[in-house]
Every structure is written in structure tokens, then in C-alpha cells.
Write a protein that binds this ligand. Structure first.
Ligand code: ADP
Ligand code: ZN
Length: 528
């Protein structure tokens, strides 16, 4: 600990005020901190920005010895340690970016009791040398940050995190904390089991971020839609724009710059210096927009991010929640905006089909995508859906797009039957594969070159869908895909029936649908 001596600053609240300069604890911070100070183990599920760091930093300062923090965020350790040192907290870190001399210095500080907090990359704890070092010092607690890494399949740090189960055997008397912002029931169970934390007390904070307005829009021209959002609601604001590919990151950043926005690209293909520079500008300057792949943002603490925009569909609800959670950490009104369209569904289903790994892995990816699609297609409050995903009940929020402008639903059964019948006809042409575009052209009775080439104007279904507009047909396809009444196959996005399609074709199943917003429908119609 820091060696409190003054009478007036005793205990956790004193440290909070004197060291960190805050007046009061937030949410469950105090009970967590008191539990750990008295030697208890804790599993802490708290959303991003909820204030997890203090939950281990303060017990580390109050308890005798050094608090050992396991974190995979190597790139941020220097910043975290610098920030703590600026507050007078004696912090250090050990990771692979250091040379031998730097490491020796930190080790010496640790051994002589000159540290309050020691940050470690998880792989350090698989090195016997590190374990021996820890044996020779006094440890006040272990904090395992980003503890969901233990549960995530295909996660880079997973083996290192699984190895952390040895902490209990090796240091049975040292309290352990597992902290994460991922709170699904399954992840929670796995963290508890894998880290051997059955006797820990569990602290589950509310995952609601009431100041974030959730909006999911139909995708027509995403870059233009984004610019419109920035101009009308977020001029001069700091924000993050997420794209799936490096190429679209580059193109989007360029487009924003051309339109007068201070936008910087960020993805793994840029060299480290440029990435560091862009991140630093985002943190220090006002009104910088970072356009990034998901590689950006983990652990970044910028309180005044006013919007997070997704130009592509996130792969899971967890990912969406984590990424949107980077908005509005200061509690001020902020926007989480996502553009979502048919192509997103087609592309992600293809990616899952083509992914490495076994069937179980693919099924898991599919389940994640399905949950994300359900959130996109819901006609209920987005927040209710989002929180329900994390196992938390709530009522309609009044601060999401579906609450503010309730979407209409309509009976899509007949159009679905028309569309599925067309797919059936085309599936008979075994050699040739057709995607959404050709099917819409046939339904709408368009004699395009490709329609004529394959005699599709001779099909009985040709022109049976003239009552709907193109955007509406694409909406039908998207929602059938989302409901698994239609599937995508192969590299060209060929549409095929699923087992459940038959129920719709035979009239045994109704297909309620979300009406395409007026605006998107009009925009498409004007172009046609
Ligand atoms: P998390 O790790 O859960 O994402 P952090 O620990 O980074 O969250 O905290 C988010 C922000 O909230 C930080 O800027 C932190 O200093 C601030 N914060 C945490 N606890 C309090 C508190 N009790 N009072 C005021 N600010 C706090
Ligand atoms: Zn709502």
C-alpha cells in the first residue's frame, strides 16, 4: 500500500478522494472494494466505462503488498502506469515490449516493496522466472482484467488465461478478482469455472447505458448516411466509425476528410507509429473522428466520444455492445448508430461458411450472428432487447429508434411465398447460380440482359412482385435470411431454401415483417 498515515484519510473512501480526487463511489464499487480489502474473491461484471479499474486499484493501495494486475492490453500499459504515477501511485509493468534493463528495474522495485501495482501481460505468468519473482515479493491481490478472454473461442490470449487457474493453488491466501465487461450468462459461468472462482462473490452491475441512444438504420449509401448524421447531429464531435475491412476504413476516412471532417484511419495494416499517432490525436485533440476496424478502442479511456457508428454489421451482440459502449463514458447524450442491409447478412453468412474450425465453431458463430440480426430486425425497444441478451430485464426506454419512431409491421407471408417460389424455380437450374439481384429483377418483371439470357422472363413468377419496390424486396430477402427461412450458399451469394422454407410455401407459417422505413424506400425509388 501507499502507506497511509494521516488520520483523516482512512480506508477506501479516503483513498478515493485523496489519491483519485473523486467524491463518491459509483454503483457497486464500494461493496466490491470492501469485499476485496477484507480478503474475499470477486467476479465483477461491469459495462465498459463503469469504473472497474478503481475496484482493484484501491484495494491494492489499502492492503499491504503489491496488487498484480493481469491485462492483455500491452499497448496501454505504459499509459495506464503513467496515469497512475501522475496521481502518485507507485505502478509498474512487465511485458514483452521492455528490454532486459527496464524489466530488471521493475523487478527490483517489486522486490523492495516500492510498488503498489504491477501490471503483467498474461503470458508472463507462464514463465517460471516471473512466478519465482512473485514468490519473493508480497502480493496484495490478483486482478484478472478482461477475464472474458478465458471464455472466448479463438481468442489470442485464451491459453494464457486458462493457465491463470494456477493462481489459486500457488497463492491460496491472496484474493483474486476477475473483471470483465462481457456479461452473458455463458461467459459468466465459464469465467467462474475456468478460473476456479466458485467461492467468489459475484457483482453484476446494470448494463444499461441510458445516455446512449441506440439506432439501427437501413443501409442504402452508408458513407453518405454517415456524413448526414455527422452534419446534422455531431458536427465537431469526437467519434469512432467502425468498418469491417481495411479497405473500407481507408475509403471512409478519405471520404470524410474530403467533406471537411477531421477523420483518421486506424487498422492493423498501418505501421505502429502511425497507429500510435492517430490514437494520440484522437485522445488529445477535440473533434477527431477515428475510422477503424475493431482493432481500435479496447481499453481506450476517452470520456467525450459523442458517437459510435457502425458501417458494417458487428459479428455479435457482445461486440456491438462493447464497441458502442465506447460512446458517452462521461454520461452525456451520445449516439450509437448502425447501418445494416441485406449485403451484411449475405457477407457474414458466407464468412461463417468459409471459416476455419469445426462445425461446433461455425454453429457458435451462427448463433452470435442470429442474435445480432434479431436485434437489428426487432420492432421492440432496442435497449430492452440488448439488456435481455445480457440477462437483464427492463422496460421500453424512450431513447432508441424503435421507441422514438415505432416501426410498422406488416404481414410478409404472401411476398415471402412469391420470393421463395422464385428461389425454387432457380434452384432447378442446377448449373447456374443466382443471387438476390436476379431474383428481385425477376419478381419485378425487369427484362435485363441477364434475365433474357436465361429465359427468366418465361418463368411463371416473372413480374409477380410488381406491387413492392426494390428496397422492399431487399428487405423481404434480408428478413427471410435473418429468420433462417432463406440461406446463402457459395461464393456468389446464391440464395437457397432452408428446411423451414417449406412451411412458408405450404402456408403453414406466417411471416411478420418490419416495414422498411419510408426514407430508405423513397431514396431507392427515386433512383430506379
Ligand atoms: P472500465 O474499466 O470499467 O471500462 P474505468 O475504470 O476505465 O472503466 O473507468 C471509466 C472512467 O470513469 C474513468 O475515467 C474513471 O476515472 C472514471 N471513474 C471511475 N470511478 C469513478 C468514480 N467513483 N467517480 C468518478 N469517476 C470515476
Ligand atoms: Zn427503446
Amino acid at each position: 500500500g501507499a502507506g497511509e498515515t494521516e488520520d483523516d484519510v482512512s480506508g477506501a473512501v479516503g483513498v478515493l478522494r485523496r489519491v483519485f480526487g473523486y467524491d463518491a463511489f459509483r454503483g457497486e464499487q464500494q461493496s466490491i472494494i470492501e469485499h476485496v480489502i477484507t480478503g474475499g474473491d470477486a467476479v465483477v461484471l461491469m459495462p465498459t466505462g463503469g469504473g472497474k479499474s478503481l475496484c482493484y486499484q484501491i484495494p491494492a493501495l489499502v492492503r499491504p503488498g503489491v496488487g498484480v494486475v493481469v491485462s492483455p492490453l500491452i499497448a496501454l500499459m505504459q499509459d495506464q502506469v503513467d496515469a497512475l504515477r501522475a496521481l502518485g501511485v507507485r505502478a509498474g509493468f512487465l511485458n514483452s515490449t521492455q528490454d532486459l534493463e527496464e524489466r530488471r528495474l521493475v523487478e527490483a522495485e517489486f522486490l523492495s516493496g516500492e510498488l503498489d501495482l504491477l501490471y503483467l501481460a498474461p503470458e508472463r505468468l507462464r514463465v517460471e522466472q516471473t512466478l519465482n519473482l512473485l514468490d519473493r515479493g508480497k502480493i496484495s491481490l490478483f486482478a484478472i482484467d478482461e477475464a472474458h478472454c478465458v471464455a472466448q473461442w479463438g481468442h489470442d490470449f485464451r491459453p494464457d488465461y486458462l493457465a491463470l487457474s494456477m493462481l489459486r493453488e500457488r497463492w491460496p491466501e491472496v484474493p483474486r478478482m476477475a473483471l470483465t465487461a462481457t456479461a452473458t450468462e455463458a461467459t459468466h459461468r465459464e469465467i467462474t469455472a475456468r478460473l476456479g472462482m466458485e467461492n467468489a462473490r459475484h457483482f453484476v452491475a446494470s448494463f444499461d447505458r441510458p445516455n446512449i441512444q441506440y439506432r439501427i438504420a437501413g443501409k442504402s449509401d452508408p458513407k453518405k448516411q454517415l456524413l448526414e448524421l455527422l452534419r446534422t447531429e455531431h458536427a465537431g464531435d469526437a467519434g469512432i466509425v467502425y468498418c469491417l475491412s481495411r479497405a473500407s476504413v481507408e475509403k471512409t476516412a478519405e471520404f470524410l476528410v474530403q467533406n471537411g471532417v477531421t477523420a483518421l484511419p486506424y487498422h492493423a495494416g498501418l505501421d505502429a507509429r502511425m497507429r500510435a499517432e492517430h490514437q494520440a490525436r484522437f485522445l488529445r485533440e477535440d473533434g477527431v473522428v477515428v475510422v477503424a476496424t475493431i482493432a481500435f478502442g479496447m481499453g481506450i479511456d476517452k470520456p467525450d466520444v459523442r458517437f459510435v457508428a457502425h458501417l458494417d454489421l458487428p459479428k455479435s451482440v457482445e461486440g456491438y455492445y462493447q464497441e458502442t459502449g465506447r460512446a458517452g463514458r462521461d454520461g452525456q447524450p451520445s449516439t450509437a448508430w448502425l447501418a445494416y442491409g441485406l449485403q451484411d447478412v449475405v457477407q457474414q453468412r458466407k464468412m461463417i461458411d468459409g471459416s476455419d474450425g469445426d462445425d461446433a465453431h461455425r454453429r457458435r458463430l451462427s448463433a452470435h450472428l442470429d442474435a445480432m440480426l434479431a436485434l437489428c430486425e426487432t420492432v421492440e425497444c432496442r435497449r430492452v432487447r440488448l439488456l435481455a441478451y445480457f440477462g437483464q430485464e427492463s422496460s421500453a426506454c424512450g431513447n432508441c429508434d424503435t421507441c422514438l419512431t415505432p416501426p410498422q409491421t406488416w404481414d410478409g407471408t404472401v411476398p415471402s411465398q412469391k420470393l421463395l417460389s422464385t428461389v425454387v424455380r432457380l434452384q432447378r437450374e442446377r448449373k447456374q447460380k443466382f443471387g438476390a439481384g436476379q431474383i428481385v429483377d425477376i419478381l419485378m418483371g425487369r427484362k435485363t440482359a441477364k434475365v433474357i439470357q436465361f429465359d427468366h422472363d418465361q418463368l411463371s413468377v416473372f413480374g409477380i412482385g410488381e406491387d413492392l419496390r426494390e428496397a422492399e424486396w431487399r428487405g423481404v430477402i434480408r428478413q427471410l435470411l435473418a429468420q433462417r427461412l432463406l440461406a446463402v450458399e457459395g461464393d456468389y451469394g446464391t440464395l437457397v431454401l432452408t428446411e423451414a422454407s417449406g412451411e412458408v410455401l405450404r402456408g403453414q407459417r406466417e411471416v411478420p415483417m418490419r416495414r422498411e422505413p419510408e426514407k430508405a424506400v423513397k431514396a431507392k425509388a427515386a433512383k430506379a
